[in-house]
Unconditional design. Structure first.
Length: 92
């Protein structure tokens, strides 16, 4: 018998502090869109929760976003929204 993986299975224990990385091409559009999406899903995002780092050649921008996540569906919805943005290259 083969076990089916449960979609709710996770190694995280909720609620928890979680750091998300979002990578895109360096542009104001990418940064603004990513922050807008995060605030849409986590309106209580604290000051200093987002840090930025440019790639060596400044072609790419990585946002590290520290979030207090109450449950897996909230985190999954954020990943989905960020992944669908045309400005986003990768979400970790």
């Amino acid at each position: 018998m083969v076990d089916k993986k449960d979609d709710t299975e996770t190694l995280l224990e909720f609620p928890c502090q979680y750091t998300l990385k979002v990578i895109g091409r360096t542009s104001k559009d990418f940064e603004a869109e990513a922050v807008r999406i995060v605030r849409e899903h986590f309106p209580n995002l604290g000051e200093g929760a987002i840090s930025l780092k440019q790639s060596k050649e400044s072609n790419y921008l990585a946002l590290s976003i520290s979030l207090w996540v109450e449950d897996k569906p909230s985190l999954d919805a954020l990943y989905e929204a960020l992944s669908q943005s045309p400005h986003t290259i990768f979400v970790l």
